[in-house]
Design a protein around this ligand. Structure first.
Ligand SMILES: Nc1ncnc2c1ncn2[C@@H]1O[C@H](COP(=O)(O)OP(=O)(O)OP(=O)(O)O)[C@@H](O)[C@H]1O
Ligand SMILES: [Mg+2]
Length: 196
């Protein structure tokens, strides 16, 4: 299979590609399509999920499985390979726990306004990079779930009318803002998600 990767995407290793449940896929377009259909079903599941108890490892993994589990056998399972993005795979469980603890604290204490908490959560989740693939989409949906279910806010308009999966000005801005956040400056990402 020849799947080209958009800039700022994770590359899969041969073992991970083995985990593709549809053996007939030959192009990136076909793969995107299958993933998109799966994500739609995952979003239906998420809408019906009434509990606000989502800041725990079980939910974070379950959500990834609901979004990608029809396509990838390893959906919902932490990666065990090094990637061009993300921390040492051995540290994923511990770092996720710290992030979830911090986020519960922010939410409980109103440390940041809702969007500020969701955006910081989003950045740290993609920075950890829990899974072999699907981290961007999963972490955007997870941030929206925090906003809607816990904080009773509107979701973020991530794509802003563009396709964030494809390379365009909007994705370029998004990746630049994430890199600024890697360096400790959250403001560009705040501007990115703030309605103008
Ligand atoms: N420098 C960076 N720092 C933190 N996160 C990053 C950085 N560069 C990219 N990312 C995140 O990693 C994501 C890509 O990872 P991955 O391919 O696993 O996600 P995806 O859901 O398949 O991709 P996409 O976001 O294109 O839908 C990007 O969308 C972004 O959220
Ligand atoms: Mg990807």
């Amino acid at each position: 299979m020849n799947i080209g990767y958009p800039v700022g995407a994770t590359r899969l290793d041969p073992d991970e590609l083995e985990g593709l449940k549809f053996k007939h896929v030959t192009t990136r377009g076909q793969l995107d399509h299958l993933e998109q259909a799966n994500i739609q079903e995952g979003l239906v599941w998420l809408r019906r999920y009434k509990s606000t108890d989502i800041l725990n490892e079980g939910f974070v993994r379950e959500l990834h499985k609901r979004l990608f589990g029809d396509v990838w056998v390893w959906a919902g399972t932490f990666r065990n390979t090094e990637k061009n993005i993300g921390i040492d795979p051995m540290q994923i469980g511990v770092q996720l726990r710290l992030l979830l603890d911090d986020t519960r604290f922010w939410v409980g204490n109103g440390t940041y306004e809702p969007l500020g908490a969701a955006v910081r959560f989003h950045h740290r989740l993609v920075y950890i990079h829990l899974f072999a693939n699907g981290n961007g989409r999963h972490a955007r949906i997870m941030a929206d779930a925090i906003l809607m279910k816990i904080l009773k806010q509107e979701p973020v308009n991530w794509a802003g009318g563009y396709n964030l999966q494809a390379m365009n000005g909007r994705r370029k801005q998004y990746l630049q803002a994430l890199r600024a956040a890697d360096g400790g400056d959250i403001e560009p990402l705040m501007r990115f998600v703030s309605p103008d």
